[in-house]
Design a binder for this molecule. Structure first.
Ligand code: NI
Ligand code: MN
Length: 225
């Protein structure tokens, strides 16, 4: 399985015919190394919450590729107007798909969808535990530190993607505690340095995490697990 960091919170997962992308914020990301048009063959899109830096290019990519969008009920209902394929899930649910299983976990954050100066209700934000061919990935979405992350230790996560940038999410030190709670084999810091408000040093994070192997991915860099 190949995992590629596309910047901010965007992660691509490739395994056989499956090509999933989580929080595809490419257009508007000042650090993006590709354009959304470069993405082809996407089969699934995971959306953790309604904020623009996470929904991102979801609608355009789904229109182009026909990708199935996995999101909470409120975001799925919002996306209905674009005539996209959006089966709804919600927090705590674990659902079997053709590629594997997905559990929607809670996140401490907001999920409003900004559209033409209005804020549309986007339900509760989430994270995802995505299980494919015996490998498990956790993507925390945007979240503050929560004790609930201790429950994720039971999932035996192979790779956890955790926000470290602070201000809107956990900062670096809280994300160290999160890594200690989750005890994934590997943690990958995300959601930092895209904007001035979320500056963080991934090397400092790596030095502080003692409970997992920290893998710092440059934008467009991949790991194979
Ligand atoms: Ni957010
Ligand atoms: Mn965000």
């Amino acid at each position: 399985m190949k995992l590629t960091y596309l910047g901010h919170s965007a992660v691509m997962i490739e395994e056989g015919q499956f090509k999933g992308i989580i929080d595809p914020f490419i257009t508007g990301n000042p650090l993006a190394q590709i354009s959304a048009d470069d993405l082809s063959g996407i089969t699934h899109i995971f959306v953790t919450h309604g904020h623009g830096d996470h929904i991102g290019d979801t609608v355009d990519i789904a229109k182009k590729t026909g990708a199935l969008i996995i999101a909470n009920h409120e975001i799925s209902a919002y996306l209905d107007k674009f005539k996209l394929r959006t089966p709804a899930m919600h927090i705590g649910g674990r659902t079997k798909f053709d590629f594997g299983r997905v559990k929607m976990t809670n996140a401490l954050h907001g999920s409003g969808i900004s559209e033409n100066g209005n804020m549309i209700y986007g339900g509760n934000p989430c994270g995802f535990v995505i299980e494919i061919n015996g490998k498990k990935i956790y993507h925390a979405g945007d979240t503050g530190l929560t004790l609930d992350m201790k429950l994720l230790e039971n999932e035996n996560i192979d790779v956890a993607f955790l926000p470290i940038g602070g201000n809107f999410t956990m900062d670096l030190d809280d994300a160290v505690t999160a890594a200690d709670f989750i005890k994934a084999k590997n943690v990958v810091p995300i959601h930092y340095n895209t904007f001035d408000l979320i500056k963080a040093d991934p090397d400092e994070y790596k030095n502080k995490v003692k409970t997992s192997e920290t893998v710092i991915l440059n934008i467009n860099e991949s790991i194979n697990i």
